[in-house]
Design a protein around this ligand. Sequence first.
Ligand code: NDP
Length: 394
Amino acid sequence: MPGWAKCPKSVARQAFRQVREWIGAEQNQTGIAEIHGGSLFSYDHLLSQVSASLRAEGMIAAEAQIVAQAMVDAQRDESFSHGIYRLLGVIRSMREKPTWGRNEPKIRRVAPGIVLADAADSFAPYAFHLAMPILVEAARSQGIAALAIRNCLHLSALWPEVEPLAREGLSALAMTPNHAWMAPAGGTRPVFGTNPIAFSWPRPGRAPFVFDFATSEIARGEIELHRREGKAAVPGWGLDADGNATNDPAAILAGAMLPFGGHKGSALAAMVELLAASLVGDLLSRDALAEDGGEGLAPRHGEIVIAFDLARFATGATVDGSAAAEAMFADIAAQGARLPGDRRYAARARSEELGIWVSDALLADISTLTGTEWGRSAPDDFQHQNKRSATSPG
Ligand code: NDP
């Protein structure tokens, strides 16, 4: 399906560059700026539209607000694969499953350092949102704590979870399985999901260090994009259904993706299955895929988030770990390398200045699916309510 979620990010960046000069003059008159192939929304306006679309499908209001926020935050940071595009998958899933997105998660602390969230078929960001204060308290009191989420629906990125934890002064690690699309290194058939891993580290007076990536060589959506455009896949992306290396994207989609870094990515993907499925007591990616039964709905499984309290770990230390980390980051930057997270933060600043860009193609898809047209922001809304969410810097 066409949509900006699968367009190269460089295209979106170019679009922003093209409007940078004139948008200031136009936004006062129209409230929402129309740019090449898309529109710019204020944060609040986009949030209210997405949230309303979810409520219209029967999602409980509190969950709709949080799930919408996760998508708008990703759109704002130009993490398009997990931005507003995901609304389509959430709505399709809710229409097929009448209980999904309509139950309150149950959160309890089962040990001083373990928080257990039964998401009860709610979407992961909502279960995380409800559990996060308890996780933060547990990490501060115990030095380290884990949140085990079960029975959640997962269509989101992980950085929106580890970044707010870092803003609370905690380092965090998050992992989740999904549907088994990926073969182990040396294997021929899918066993693992594309199993993302995200990590955050708090930085004094700076936006946190955050990385968040799948353990596959390339995103599944990227392979799909190559298939649609008739382009060859890059060697190493995947295998055909017989387990042979191929550069045919359609054959890979019907066969198996491959992990990044050969046996190293393969082992990391296995670790995600073990910690975020077996340990938390929920489905492995292969079982989650089997449960889906080919319907192609939101993956339903678990997640694990581990939080570390830097101050407690520093007890009695003679080395200032935070200062040493800053020196390491400075060394990275001094070499002309960038830190993971820097692109997102730059995109966030741009979106907060200019508005959040959504492609016409995606808006049309949403309109077709929901039967509604999203309204335009009023000028004041655009100018003054482009406000920051929990993952905004500063
Ligand atoms: P990428 O391969 O694009 O890697 C993204 C990470 O690497 C980001 O932290 C990014 O920082 C950083 N990065 C990229 N380029 C550089 C560079 N040159 N120097 C330093 N850092 C760099 O991500 P994926 O396609 O693997 O994953 C994208 C998203 O998809 C993730 O958010 C992940 O959670 C999500 N996902 C979710 C799944 C699920 O089941 N829920 C399954 C698979 C993926 P920056 O953001 O600043 O560019």
